[in-house]
Write a protein that binds this ligand. Sequence first.
Ligand code: 5GP
Length: 116
Amino acid sequence: MAEETIFSKIIRQEIPTELLFQDELVSAFRDISPRAKTHILIIPNKLIPTVNDITQEDELVMGRLFTVARKLAAQEGISDDGYRLIMNCNKHGGQEVYHIHMHLLGGEPLGPMLAI
Ligand code: 5GP
């Protein structure tokens, strides 16, 4: 059984954080340490520690991350100029929180940014 991270507490609002979106599958909130004008994290409500742990059963929730990213990008007014979606995996990927999350970054030119 994987250990919960701070993100599970945010999903349950045990740590008060403004949720930009929440449904039965995913939640979204602003990154505490934004690396771009818009920096939002979109996460599954269910704890999946890394991309390596995604199974076929998770295909619906993984797809939902993208439809919510699209919706939030429109809400932020960054759809036309563009944005970047990033998911880090494990040490070499620079993953810090072991509850998978999609970074939605935009609002300015992002350049060749590799690490966030
Ligand atoms: P990773 O490096 O794992 O892909 O990204 C983890 C992200 O979570 C980082 O960008 C970090 O700033 C963000 N983060 C870590 N702890 C918190 C928190 O308590 N609240 C919020 N909103 N973001 C967090």
